[in-house]
Design a protein around this ligand. Sequence first.
Ligand code: GSH
Length: 78
Amino acid sequence: MARVHHVFMTAFTATPFGQTPVLEINGKQTHQSAAICRFLAEKFGLNGSNDWEDLEVDAIVDTFTDFRQCKNVVLEVE
Ligand SMILES: N[C@@H](CCC(=O)N[C@@H](CS)C(=O)NCC(=O)O)C(=O)O
């Protein structure tokens, strides 16, 4: 168990700001899941077909971020 913890912590200290997920392309690393999703959506043609659809996609991503923050609050209360 200690080894797993050590490997886990080593992996995290090697990432930007010690967080995951991390996207690495051509030896360059970046983090922040929403930014990574927007980048990949643009790269693979998964964006909306107009500005309004892009806005709706961003709103959904931001809503998921809100949900994740709520989950953390609930876990702290328990
Ligand atoms: N805003 C970041 C949050 C990332 C995040 O909280 N990642 C967690 C794992 S899911 C993490 O790295 N926790 C370790 C830490 O923050 O030290 C994102 O959306 O990518």
